[in-house]
Design a protein around this ligand. Structure first.
Ligand code: PLP
Length: 260
């Protein structure tokens, strides 16, 4: 039976990031995909021009309507826009306790546009983060969550993952993609174990929505795999293949999408 996997996130009309990317990654990784939209984002490969936030009570209604009917086997959470939306999503998670909740703490798009209000970082860290199973911050997001001024170097990543775990997430995937080097090295930390996971770095400008794709693939795979390590390794390979396949796409003039 295919797992039912839900994304709670914002949109990307160009199909490279957000809900659209998540649904493609769910399908490609053997899951049945569902979505609750938190924000309509006027964006493409070159950046964001406008964000229309969905009223928090309507996000609650979307979630409750869905969860009252459908068994949800895993959840991926992406763009949440503001503190009220974070609180609405947290309350629903507390009520329904779905298994395997993955939080991609989306804050700023690669184009530099903010996707989370700066004053909402505290709510994300203090209210939502302790209720998820895995968080997938990149190094700038990790620094932001911890109130640290600079991004960590590779040798500082284990201690930083430990500080993130102390905020309450059971598992931390600290993504080292912002570091230079021939490979893309992430650190999976949880259950007292820290493991560096390395894949070949694909050099391409088609990297829009890579974080969305990775976290969605993890959520799709986790109910189908024995543990987080297995799901994360396979999702990382999936993203590497999708980055490589992006050369077959001609979408937009900016940072193009990966190919699922
Ligand atoms: N747009 C939406 C709706 C997202 O959820 C995300 C997620 O990170 C992004 C854009 C960011 O895309 P990127 O930073 O890969 O350009």
């Amino acid at each position: 039976m295919a797992p039912n996997v839900l994304t709670i996130a914002g949109t990307d009309p160009s199909g490279g990031a957000g809900v659209q990317a998540d649904l493609k990654a769910f399908s490609a990784n053997g899951a049945y995909g569902m979505s609750v939209i938190t924000a309509l984002v006027a964006q493409t490969t070159t950046g964001v021009s406008r964000v229309q936030e969905v009223p928090p009570d309507f996000i609650t209604d979307q979630l409750v309507t869905l969860l009252d009917d459908v068994r949800v086997d895993a959840v991926k959470i992406g763009m949440l826009a503001n503190a009220e939306v974070i609180r609405a999503v947290t309350a629903v998670l507390e009520r329904y306790c779905p298994p395997f909740v993955v939080l991609d703490p989306v804050m700023v798009a690669k184009s530099g546009d903010r996707l989370l209000a700066p004053e909402a970082v505290g709510a994300l860290r203090d209210e939502l983060l302790p209720r998820v199973d895995l968080i997938t911050p990149n190094l700038p997001e990790a620094a932001d969550l911890l109130g640290e001024g600079e991004i960590a170097s590779p040798d500082q990543m284990p201690a930083q993952a430990e500080r993130l775990a102390a905020l309450g997430a059971k598992q931390v995937l600290l993504k080292g993609g912002h570091l230079s080097g021939e490979s893309s090295v992430d650190l999976l930390h949880g259950d007292g174990v820290s493991e560096f996971l390395s894949t070949e770095r694909v050099v391409t400008t088609n990297d829009h929505g890579t974080g969305c794709t990775l976290s969605a693939a993890i959520a799709a795979l986790r109910p189908q795999r024995a543990d987080w390590l297995e799901a994360v390794c396979e999702a990382k390979q999936y993203l590497t293949d999708a980055l490589r396949a992006s050369e077959r796409l001609d979408v937009g003039r900016g940072h193009g999408p990966v190919h699922h």
